[in-house]
Design a protein around this ligand. Structure first.
Ligand SMILES: [Fe+2]
Ligand SMILES: [Fe+2]
Length: 256
């Protein structure tokens, strides 16, 4: 499916939570593992704006279609973080206002990333292609992770919320994947650079801001059992369909 800018203008919205009764979580709390996943998901949703910074220092900022999408995308991701914050708060945990300043701190990774993406732009014209492909992989992973969490937690109110978030992630997938396909198709150099970048540097969403123990926990909890393994293989099949990117097995390898 090809999303147009008009589609995005029409359909971008904050995820609807007006009819979600967050008090359900007080009566029927989530298990500790699901809450641990939600803390992670909250933190990465609210880190979207930092990812945006690292994309905008590249030539991607010259492309009106990309910058328009990123505007809508950052807005929707922000409200995914806010919705998850409501779930955490219903469990007596700190919400976004308290969590975000703790997560968003100066790290070597945080200092180096914008500089390295900016420098990469001077070495190759393929950086926007890498970003669009990277974005597609991350959105496929995020959507699958929400689906796995809904299945594992078995909490109807959480499922209702996560399915709404997943629907919006689906639109993000449409944009990134169609951009990646268009840029990779028939362009051997773009395929070579993107394949190399993913193989060398791709890590599961959140690996740059969460510590290794949490990244490992998420991979094992959501993708480590037979159903999770199938979900990881589905992500890899989506990547395989992008021109020149078959056989990377990014998701399945990270779930091992
Ligand atoms: Fe999201
Ligand atoms: Fe998304």
């Amino acid at each position: 499916m090809k999303l147009t800018l008009d589609d995005l203008k029409e359909r971008t919205d904050r995820v609807q939570v007006d009819d979600i009764d967050f008090d359900d979580f007080r009566d029927q709390p989530l298990d500790p593992e699901s809450l641990r996943c939600l803390r992670y998901m909250h933190d990465i949703e609210h880190n979207t704006i930092i990812y945006l910074r690292d994309v905008l220092v590249t030539d991607a900022h010259l492309d009106h279609e990309i910058t328009s999408f990123l505007t809508f995308w950052a807005f929707e991701e922000y409200f995914h973080g806010e919705a998850i914050s409501r779930v955490l708060e219903a469990h007596g945990e700190p919400g976004s206002d308290a969590r975000v300043p703790v997560v968003r701190r100066h790290t070597l990774h945080d200092r180096i990333l914008p500089i390295s993406t900016m420098l990469a732009t001077h070495v190759t014209h393929q950086v926007p292609t890498v970003h669009m492909t990277w974005g597609a992989v991350n959105e496929w992973t995020a959507q699958a992770a929400y689906g796995r969490l809904a299945a594992k937690a078995g909490h109807p109110t959480l499922t209702k919320l996560l399915h709404r978030i997943m629907k919006q992630e689906g639109r993000h997938i449409d944009f990134y994947a169609s951009q990646a396909t268009r840029r990779l198709e028939g362009n051997r150099r773009a395929q070579r650079v993107t394949r190399w970048a993913l193989k060398q540097f791709w890590t599961p969403v959140g690996a740059g801001i969460k510590d290794r123990v949490e990244v490992r926990f998420m991979a094992r909890h959501l993708f480590g059992d037979p159903d999770g393994r199938k979900a990881a293989q589905r992500i890899d099949r989506c990547v395989d369909r992008l021109p020149g990117l078959a056989g990377l097995h990014l998701a399945e390898r990270s779930a091992l």
